[in-house]
Design a protein around this ligand. Sequence first.
Ligand code: S3P
Length: 170
Amino acid sequence: MDNIVLIGFMGVGKGTLARALAGKTNLYAIDTDDLIESLTNMKIKKIFKKKGESYFRKLEQKTADWLAQNVKNSIISTGGGFYKVKNLKDIGTIVYLQADFDWIYDRITKSKNAKKKIKKRPLFKSYKEAKALYNQRVKEYESVADITINVENKKTEEIIQELLAAIKLS
Ligand code: S3P
């Protein structure tokens, strides 16, 4: 089986879905931000602060190269900007988790640990800035995806069923 690569904006639920899907399919879930943190022994927030965004993007590309060469049969969740790596399609089947910005914003800011979720995301500074980034990316997510799934107000189980059905058809 090809890897399943989940892309989409910050806070849409890529990591949560990857782990749920892994549990269901008996595959491993891997997260690109986790890989970058283990490679550098630094938190994402610290990498942005100490080294800057362009350095982080280079680490994403390095991670993409490693995944394409070494990982099979896995569910891969990605950071919100990972979709820009040049070999994305070599990693697996690309599934875009789509939702409107306001729904995502509420999901993050109204969650139990909202403070923590915002704090660890250097590019989620304010409603205005995050929305501008979303608007800039939304068409690109769609165009690199093999499969797009709307996740708004859906239970994880529902999204899993949709995703598995779509993958069988793709
Ligand atoms: C980013 C999203 C983050 C993380 C980094 C940059 C982005 O991941 O990779 O802060 O550019 O959208 P999540 O999508 O898991 O928040």
